[in-house]
Design a protein around this ligand. Structure first.
Ligand code: SF4
Length: 64
């Protein structure tokens, strides 16, 4: 199953990813992304990819 990876050093807490896919992303009290579910099913790929693309600092990627 594909897995979501987040680079917490890059994340600036813009929360674009949360807007795109709130089931998979949240923002911690420290203002960085929290991946709520690392693995995702194919049916959720479009949502996760949209979230990855939405990140202005490219902190998210999908590991196949
Ligand atoms: S969109 Fe990128 S910078 Fe913003 S919270 Fe998500 S991972 Fe962090």
């Amino acid at each position: 199953m594909p897995v979501i990876k987040a680079d917490l050093d890059l994340c600036q807490g813009y929360a674009n990813c949360v807007m795109e896919a709130p089931k998979f992303f949240d923002i911690s009290d420290d203002g960085v992304v929290v991946v709520l579910q690392e693995e995702f099913a194919e049916e959720n790929r479009a949502k996760v990819e949209a979230a990855v693309r939405s990140c202005p600092v490219s902190a998210l990627r999908i590991e196949e």
